[in-house]
Write a protein that binds this ligand. Structure first.
Ligand code: SAM
Ligand code: SF4
Length: 512
């Protein structure tokens, strides 16, 4: 059995990643901070926001934890294993702190709310605890902690989107960047802790997203991935704008309403499009946002993640189909192939409905790459339910999947309602079977690409040799090909013919 089938199978290369120092980083910062990040892409994007907030206050980044005055760990609560990893790191940092007077340790992100009193008071592991909506208060909290107080802010917000903060791209390849378009989640998948740790869903101001993506493009980036827990429910209503020459909208309606004998005077301002220029712009849906970002330049690739199957619309699919630079790739987590389990998971779709969505994607975008998230061994899962999962994977012909075994999380609906009754050995065996099916599907999908020609965005040298480039196809497949003395640079597009493949990588040659 593979070693990694202990909790999850996903790209681990970024887990525990620490920031590189800023470019042009001279020793003129008042303090040095070190951030280590765990979990999903949203967490890595959040660390870039934190770095930006700290940098504005005169703090510089370091990759050497021993040189740091402030150590932050951006945490993930999604599975128990992630929490254990963070706890282990905190204990190591605590030892370092005991040898370095004045060093402060802070916990950021999803574990903050749930474990604040444990970390601060019981175990005395940390000095600062900051939840995902409270990063603006971080410089103030650092000051408080320096004064010897325990500094905590874990308040969740209904409107914080950090729209105005330009993230510092510290570990970027200079070609692709993540852009958060929304925060939180209003779905209540019964297994998931995210709605509790990251709060209510809110969409970020569309203008600030376009501005951030345009700046990235001007700075040489050629690919943006729009991030949210459920991007298809993105919805942003631009604010009212006053008519020309006026500061405030005039009440258009003036009503007297009687309420239990008391007369209330209600003034209702209704701004409608006026010939003088005032009014409300049309609301921006995810399809419109995608279109707007794609219009920045045909040379800017646009990706997004994650799509909840219940929310992805034909509108989004048609927008993808007509815009060449919106990548033909959808991450469409199924979680389980059994309608009964999907119901217990509160996913709000059935097996058949999900299969219909796959059909619709293939109909509108025939060359679309599709990937998934799958959970093995959810409460009450039978062998038949598990076979339904293996079988829906074959139907979806996923190019790739993130695969996990179920980990009960405190406070979730599943923890309150159902018994975590599948033995760990069964969970692991089922996960291994899921991994085996996915390996076969990935290999089959790659083999089908042999002989085809793809437009590839070059991301940099291949991991194995600086004589080869590594890039991605629109379908998000990694492709490696010899540089062949061409005057190409990373961030450029090139046509590559696939000659061979492994299960994880396409191998090709440049064609003119
Ligand atoms: N919002 C995304 C969605 O709905 O697909 C995914 C969010 S979550 C950060 C990423 C994945 O972690 C989920 O799709 C799910 O497969 C997995 N996951 C979440 N909670 C889990 C749990 N308690 N045990 C195992 N896997 C879990
Ligand atoms: Fe969790 Fe479901 Fe929200 Fe995804 S959609 S973050 S799985 S609650």
């Amino acid at each position: 059995m593979l070693d990694y089938v202990t909790d999850k199978v996903q790209d681990e290369s970024r887990q525990g990643e620490a920031f590189l120092p800023f470019t042009g980083d001279h020793n003129n910062y008042k303090k040095r901070f070190y951030i280590e990040s765990y979990g999903c892409q949203m967490n890595f994007a959040d660390s870039e926001i934190v770095a930006s907030i700290l940098n504005k206050e005169g703090f510089g980044a370091t990759r050497n934890v021993e040189n740091a005055d402030l150590i932050f760990i951006n945490t993930c609560s999604i599975r128990e294993k992630a929490e254990q990893t963070v706890r282990k790191r905190l204990t190591e940092f605590k030892k370092l702190k005991d040898q370095n007077r004045g060093m402060l340790i802070g916990v950021l992100g999803c574990m903050a709310e749930r474990l604040k009193s444990k970390f601060l008071e019981e175990e005395k592991l940390v000095d600062i605890v900051v939840g995902p909506d409270a990063y603006r208060s971080l410089p103030g909290l650092v000051e408080e902690a320096e004064g010897g107080q325990k500094a905590v802010n874990v308040l969740l917000s209904r409107d914080e989107t950090y729209a105005d903060i330009s993230p510092v791209r510290l570990n970027s390849n200079g070609v692709s960047a993540f852009v958060s378009i929304m925060r939180g989640c209003n779905n209540m998948c019964s297994f998931c802790v995210v709605p509790f740790t990251r709060g209510r869903e809110r969409s970020r101001d569309a203008d600030s997203i376009i501005k951030e993506c345009s700046e990235l493009f001007e700075n040489g980036f050629r690919e943006v991935t729009l991030l949210g827990q459920n991007v298809d429910s993105y919805y942003w209503q631009p604010p009212l704008t006053p008519p020309l020459g006026e500061n405030n909208p005039q009440p258009l309606l003036d009503e007297n309403i009687s309420n239990n004998g008391n007369t209330l005077k209600i003034e209702v301002s209704v701004m409608v499009a006026s010939p003088f220029g005032g009014g409300r712009e049309e609301a921006i849906t995810f399809a419109k946002l995608l279109e707007k970002v794609a219009l920045i330049s045909p040379l800017l690739r646009v990706r997004f993640s994650t799509s909840h199957p219940k929310d992805i619309t034909d509108d989004v699919l048609h927008t993808m189909a007509k815009s060449k630079n919106i990548c033909s790739y959808i991450h469409l987590p199924v979680q389980s192939g059994s309608t009964r389990i999907l119901q217990l998971m509160n996913r709000t779709y059935t097996r058949e409905w999900y299969m219909g969505k796959i059909d619709r994607i293939r109909e509108i975008i025939p060359d679309c790459g599709i990937s998934s998230d799958i959970i093995a061994g959810f409460c009450t899962e039978t062998e038949e339910d598990h076979r339904d999962t293996l079988n829906i994977m074959e139907y979806g012909k996923y190019d790739m999947s993130y695969m996990f075994f179920y980990s009960e999380r405190p406070g979730t609906l599943a923890q309150r309602r159902y018994k975590d009754d599948i033995p760990v050995a069964t969970k692991k065996r089922r996960l291994q079977e899921i991994v085996d099916v996915q390996s076969k599907l990935s290999f089959e999908s790659n083999k089908k690409d042999i002989g085809k020609v793809f437009e590839v965005l070059i991301e940099g040298d291949s991991k194995r040799s600086d004589k080869d480039w590594m890039g991605r196809t629109s379908q998000n497949k990694v492709i490696v090909f010899p540089k062949e003395n061409n005057e190409l640079k990373k961030g450029e597009y090139v046509m590559v013919k696939v000659n061979d493949c492994t299960q994880a990588t396409l191998l090709g040659t440049i064609i003119n």
